[in-house]
Each structure stands twice: as structure tokens, then as C-alpha cells.
Design a protein around this ligand. Structure first.
Ligand SMILES: Nc1ncnc2c1ncn2[C@@H]1O[C@H](COP(=O)(O)OP(=O)(O)OP(=O)(O)O)[C@@H](O)[C@H]1O
Length: 716
């Protein structure tokens, strides 16, 4: 790669000046586009519905056209190769690639959206496969000012001895790319549109109809790729996706806060971001707005409640509500009494069941189906009743009362409440599926008196969500991005499956980071529960977060936690800094050592995360306060509070909330305590693996208990 042209070069580089002018012109034209949108008048709409629609469309457009002076309008350029006929052939074209489309007064494109097909070679072209590109240019910016550019001559191929991409890695090849990857992390997650790598781009641009599963080591960009895929799909299939919805599911509220700005920064505000907990809690709230998840299950109970067999138990329990008719349906009409004998009613029930529709949908058809039988009798008796008679019979009290008993209303939460409270109901539904011991484990020790008095757990709410879908079909969204999917139970995966039954999924996760007792054992299994058994599993192993020395240290755990996975590599230029410090055995010595490490870390540039065993967080918070550190405690902030943790330089992070996050400097307190905080050793080591892989620059491990032997001795 030739050295980047820079603003400090003397004399001023005319090409750099031309690029700066193109940026200035693009900004002017964007301002013009904004002015034009601001001048649009929704009052011209014929009715108030259209007016409201137009007003919100204009407001959205204005938002999309906002110009953040800190964010460059373009980050790259493609110069296509000239035609094959030499100087007389068609000239090559030149496209500036940016976050959004900007056009000039005559509609000529000044900046092309990164998601447009024209932009694809920016991410994929290589020396071996230039895709018609002669030159790829990347820009360097400082505070929104274009200060440098860097060219890659793809047409020259190997002869030029230049950097390529094409999955060959970029280490040392592109200074601008490298500086983007090496930049210190501050605040919430940022978009990576300028530097999406070829193997990531293949996933980002996968077709909407394709579900994709990404098994990726820590820091390989799974979350980033998932969010960019959502943005890409929203661009390509805007209307369908806005109508049917796009959902991003993440592991917890802190994580969602960390990622929530990425999509809006890309101009996409139409995706919902939610935890699985929030998602299924809605099923509870639909039955009673005051119900929420307040209960806890032991690991063994939650695992059993999350077992896929529960779907069949629920299905049986639901359909067991159908009552076998023991007497005929009798409908008086005028002077006559019409009689449908019990065996015929049974036929009605059987034919409704055969239709394979949901319990509630079939139930709604019962009165009409019974009325139809009455109608047939009338015809046999020589009458000629029409549809209105059938409707009147269906709505008559005897039919309605009979149908109510035959096919009773079932409330999903009540069904789950009964199943977990009434041994006989559970025994009948679980016969041959769950052992007696398992049934005992499932049952509440002290069942609440009613669904309203129940302290619903997350696993209970997932069951209610399943039951709700058995009664009424859950609406499907167009696309779901499920992050940290390895941690979802089969029943949770089914909750996502029904929300994407006619749509597609991006499933992101790492089996080595599985820390729930119900976590998935293989992607094939998870994909089957998700209803997408044919989805392709892609592997990402090139890590953009964790530097070499740190990732190699963490990877010592892999043979113990996920022996089948490929060890990750780091694409970071720096090897990073790793130190393991033994404090004295006295607890005060540990606190002192942690405070010293934190003091050093906050004196440096970038974010700092102090990750500690959950049980130690309270003590450490007090110790930090006493020492006068300003910090945010993750998981502590009120739900509606919109600022907090990512505005602070120092975060105190319970190990259980570290997943998905990253910090420039990590101080990790007491690894043995993190391992011991989990119900079994493998899970404990996986939790430790998660915590060890959060650092972008430095990791300081402080311990007073012996280090887990799986990390090897001595230290790094
Ligand atoms: N192509 C890229 N260019 C620049 N930065 C990147 C790229 N891909 C990923 N990153 C950065 O690497 C870091 C890790 O990415 P991300 O959090 O998406 O990884 P992950 O695979 O989800 O990690 P984990 O499994 O630990 O949650 C982020 O800071 C992200 O912005």
C-alpha cells in the first residue's frame, strides 16, 4: 500500500484538495436535500390519515438527512476499470461510498449508500477478483475533516505488490483500516460500515429469504454483522420489513443499551430491540397488564421448563380441555326441536381438529359447524333454510352454551398455572414424556391461589408464550437477529421460531460462551428448534477486539469448554498487554490491588471495565466509592434511565452481565470467584472465558485465591 496522502504533506496535494471539495459539495447537496424535504407540505394530502402518514414520513426523511459533522459523509471510493478498448473505450466510473445516498441537483449521485449493489465491490473486491474495480480508495478523517486517503490498485494485481483483502487479512496492509480497528473504544458500540470485512459482508448481504447462523469467537464482529445485516435488509426490502417488523434480540438491558445507537446511526429506526424476557413478558401482560416476571427458578427447574418436550406437554394439556359430548345438542326453533346426536358432534370436533388450526381459531368455528349440522337436518326434513338461518342457529343460546362446554375458552397463563399446580393435569399431559421425578420437579411447591397471585419466572413466561401461540397464532416478523443465541433454551428458541415463521433469522452466538444451564449444545439442534434446520452455519474466527496475547491466554480454556471449536486469532496489530497479579490472601489486599489496577487504567485513554464475580460487586462498589472513583454499576440503573453506564469512563461489571460488551482496559477481579459463581465448572470456565475476552488493549487479572488450573501456570 502506498503511503497515505495526508493534509500535512507539503505542498498541498491537489488530489486531496479535490476530495475535500467533493466532501464539501456533498454536504452542501445534503443540506439542499434537507431544505427540499423541509419545504414539503403534508397539508396537500386529501384526508387526515394521509396527512399524518405524510407528516411522519417527512419527519423520518428529515432525520435520515441529518448531517452529523463528526461523521464523514463518505469513507471510500471505487474507480471502475475503463472499458476494454483502450483510451477510445468507455471511461471508468468513480463512486464515493458512504452511509447514505447524496445526489446533486440533477440527480447525479455524489455519494452512494454502502448497501447499494454498486458498493458491494468496495467490501469484496480483491486482487485475485477485482470485480471490475481498478482502484479502491479509503479516507482518513479527523473530527469529520478529510485529512488523508489511501489507494489500493486492484488492476495492477500482484505486480504492484500491494495490499489486498479477499479474506487475506489486512494486518499491515491498510493504515486507515488498521487505525479504525485499533481506535480506542469509548461509549456505546459504533457502526463498522467503513471497514466491514469480506467474510462479514457475505453474511451482511445474505438474501432476506436465507436464514444464517454465525458461530463466532469473541470479538469476531457477530453483533456488528447482525446489526449491519438488519440495516442492509431494511434498505433493500424497506416496505416489507417496515410493515412486518425487524427484531433484534439481545441478552440483557445493559447489552441493548450498548448496541442501541448502531442502527439509528445508520438511519434505521424501524427495528425493535428487545431481550427475550421483554418479548415473552408481553404474553403475560396481554392477559393482565400488571403481570410481570418476578419469580426465579432453580437451574434444574428452569432447564426442565425450557426443554422442548414441554411444548408437547402444553399441547396435550390444552387440547385435553375439549369435552366429549355426553348428550345431544338440542336446538328448539319455532314448534320444532332439532337434535344433533353426540356421535355427530364428535364428528364435528374431529373434523375441526383435522384442520390443524389453532385451538382458538377452531373454537371460533364450533358454533357455525354445529349450526351446519342443524341445517342439514332441516333440509332432510324438507325445509330449505338459507345462510341466515345457519347464522341465527349459530348465535342461538343453546348452540352457544353447548359450544362453550364442548370447546372451552382457555387462557394461556391459567393453563400454565394449572399445569404447574395440579398433579393430575400434569400427569395426564406428561404421560410418556416426563418421568415422575421430572413432573415432581416441575410442580410448584406452594402454588399460588390464582394466576394473578403467581410469581411468574422467565421460564414460566416462555411457557405462557408457547401456550398463547397454541391458542392463537403469533404474528411473524420479517426478520429476527438473535444475538448470544447459544444461551437460549429450546423453548426460548421456539418463541423466536414462531415470531419468524414466515420470515428469516440471523442467529449469532458462540458455543464456547454458553453460560446458561439450558444452553444449546449444537447449532444444528438450535436451528431445528428455530424452525430453520437448513440454515447455513458460518464460522468467524478473526477477532477484531481482543489482542493476540490476551486471546491466546483466554483460549487456553477452549479445550475444557468447547474442544471442537477452532481457536480464534486476532487481527489486531498490537499484541496487547496482559498481566496477572497475585494479591495477598487477605481480602483487603485484593481490594487494594484492584483499586491500584483501576487507578492505572483510568489514567489512560479509553473505557475501563472492572469485571468481578457477582457476589463481590457490592463490596467493590463500596471500595471504589470510598476511594473517590466515579463509576457506573451495570445492572443497577433504573430501566427508564437513558444515560448512565456508557457515559462513564469506568464501569463496574458483574461477571454475569459482561457478555457482548467491551472495554479498552479490563481489570478482572478474582477469576476463581467467577468460576465458582456458576452451578458447574464448565459453565464457570465459560463465564471466565467471556470475561477474559472483553479487553481491547489491556487486561489485568487480580487474584487472591489460586488461579483456575485450566488457565495453566504460571500466569500468562
Ligand atoms: N470489520 C470490522 N472493522 C472494524 N471493527 C470491527 C469489525 N468487525 C468487528 N469490529 C469491532 O470489533 C469489536 C467486536 O465486535 P462484536 O462485539 O460485534 O463481536 P462479537 O463477535 O459479537 O463478540 P462477543 O462474542 O464477544 O460478543 C467491536 O468493537 C466491533 O466494532
Amino acid at each position: 500500500m502506498p503511503p497515505a496522502q495526508s493534509a500535512t504533506d507539503h505542498p498541498p496535494d491537489p488530489e486531496l484538495a479535490a476530495e475535500q471539495e467533493h466532501l464539501a459539495e456533498s454536504r452542501r447537496q445534503l443540506a439542499r436535500m434537507r431544505e427540499r424535504t423541509a419545504a414539503l407540505d403534508a397539508a396537500a394530502a386529501g384526508d387526515w390519515v394521509s396527512r399524518e402518514y405524510l407528516e411522519s414520513a417527512f419527519a423520518l426523511r428529515m432525520k435520515q438527512l441529518a448531517d452529523d459533522p463528526g461523521v464523514p459523509l463518505f469513507f471510500g471510493r471505487l474507480d471502475t476499470a475503463a472499458g476494454p478498448d483502450g483510451p477510445d473505450g468507455p471511461a471508468g466510473e468513480s463512486w464515493h461510498i458512504g452511509r447514505r445516498h447524496v445526489s446533486g441537483p440533477d440527480g447525479e449521485p455524489l455519494v452512494i449508500d454502502w448497501r447499494a449493489p454498486v458498493s458491494l465491490p468496495f467490501y469484496r473486491a480483491s486482487r485475485t477478483e477485482p470485480m471490475g474495480v481498478a482502484r479502491r480508495r479509503r479516507y482518513g478523517f479527523q473530527h469529520g475533516r478529510l485529512t488523508a486517503f489511501e489507494d489500493e490498485d486492484l488492476a495492477a494485481g500482484d505486480r504492484a505488490g500491494q495490499a489486498g483483502q479477499g479474506g487475506q487479512g489486512h494486518g499491515g496492509h491498510s493504515a486507515i483500516l488498521e487505525s479504525e480497528i485499533e481506535r480506542p473504544r469509548v461509549g456505546p458500540m459504533r457502526d463498522i460500515v467503513a471497514t466491514i470485512q469480506p467474510e462479514q459482508d457475505v453474511i451482511v448481504r445474505a438474501e432476506l429469504s436465507r436464514s444464517v447462523c454465525v458461530q463466532g469467537a469473541p470479538g469476531t464482529g457477530k453483533t456488528a454483522v447482525g446489526l449491519h445485516r438488519a440495516a442492509y435488509l431494511l434498505y433493500v426490502h424497506r416496505e416489507q420489513l417496515t410493515r412486518q417488523g425487524v427484531l433484534v434480540v439481545g441478552p440483557n438491558a445493559s447489552f441493548l443499551r450498548y448496541i442501541r445507537d448502531v442502527l439509528p446511526a445508520l438511519g434505521e429506526i424501524d427495528a425493535t430491540q428487545s431481550t427475550i424476557e421483554e418479548l415473552v413478558a408481553r404474553s403475560l401482560r396481554e392477559q393482565n397488564p400488571r403481570w410481570q416476571i418476578r419469580g426465579e427458578d432453580s437451574a434444574a427447574v428452569a432447564t426442565l421448563k425450557g426443554d422442548a418436550r414441554m411444548a408437547e406437554v402444553l399441547r396435550r394439556a390444552l387440547w385435553s380441555h375439549l369435552q366429549a359430548p355426553d348428550e345431544a345438542l338440542v336446538v328448539p326453533r319455532g314448534a320444532r326441536r332439532w337434535r344433533v346426536p353426540a356421535y355427530e358432534v364428535e364428528e364435528v370436533v374431529a373434523s375441526l381438529r383435522e384442520r390443524g388450526v389453532r385451538y382458538g381459531a377452531a373454537r371460533a368455528m364450533v358454533p357455525q359447524s354445529l349450526a351446519h349440522r342443524v341445517l342439514v337436518k332441516m333440509e332432510l326434513a324438507g325445509d330449505s333454510p338459507d345462510d341466515r338461518v345457519q347464522d341465527a342457529v349459530a348465535r342461538s343460546k343453546p348452540v352457544k352454551d353447548y359450544a362453550k362446554v364442548l370447546w372451552p375458552v382457555v387462557e394461556p397463563a391459567r393453563l400454565v398455572w394449572r399445569l404447574l399446580s395440579e398433579p393430575a393435569l400434569l400427569a395426564a399431559a406428561a404421560d410418556g414424556l416426563l418421568t415422575v421425578e421430572e413432573q415432581e420437579r416441575l410442580r410448584w411447591e406452594r402454588p399460588a391461589k390464582s394466576p394473578a397471585a403467581t410469581r411468574w419466572s422467565l421460564a414460566d413466561a416462555v411457557l405462557v408464550d408457547e401456550a398463547a401461540d397454541l391458542v392463537e397464532r403469533t404474528a411473524s416478523m420479517a426478520h429476527i437477529v438473535a444475538d448470544e443465541a447459544q444461551d437460549l433454551s429450546p423453548m426460548m428458541l421456539r418463541a423466536l421460531a414462531r415470531r419468524s415463521s414466515t420470515g428469516s433469522l440471523t442467529v449469532l452466538g458462540d458455543l464456547a460462551q454458553a453460560t446458561t444451564p439450558w444452553a444449546t449444545r449444537s447449532w444444528a439442534e438450535a436451528l431445528a428448534h428455530l424452525g430453520k434446520p437448513d440454515a447455513h452455519v458460518e464460522q468467524l474466527t478473526r477477532g477484531f477486539r481482543v489482542p493476540g496475547e490476551v486471546i491466546e491466554y483466554a483460549a487456553r480454556l477452549l479445550p475444557h469448554i468447547a474442544p471442537d471449536l477452532e481457536p480464534p486469532t486476532s487481527v489486531r496489530r498490537t499484541r496487547g498487554e496482559l498481566s496477572v497479579r497475585a494479591a495477598g490472601e487477605d481480602p483487603a489486599a485484593l481490594v487494594d490491588a484492584v483499586r491500584a489496577a483501576v487507578r492505572d487504567a483510568v489514567a489512560r485513554e479509553g473505557s475501563v471495565g472492572l469485571i468481578a464475580p457477582d457476589a463481590a460487586v457490592g463490596g467493590l462498589a463500596a471500595a471504589l466509592e470510598e476511594a473517590g472513583f466515579g463509576f457506573a454499576l451495570l445492572g443497577d440503573e433504573p430501566e427508564d434511565e437513558r444515560l448512565t453506564e456508557f457515559d462513564a469512563q469506568l464501569d463496574l461489571v458483574p461477571a454475569s452481565l459482561a457478555k457482548g460488551l467491551e472495554f479498552d482496559h479490563v481489570v478482572l477481579a478474582e477469576p476463581a470467584g467467577i468460576v465458582a459463581g456458576e452451578p458447574d465448572r464448565v459453565t464457570g470456565l465459560r463465564r471466565l472465558y467471556v470475561c477474559l475476552t472483553r479487553a481491547v488493549t489491556s487486561l489485568v487479572v487480580v487474584h487472591s485465591e489460586p488461579m483456575p488450573p485450566e488457565l495453566g501456570t504460571p500466569g500468562p
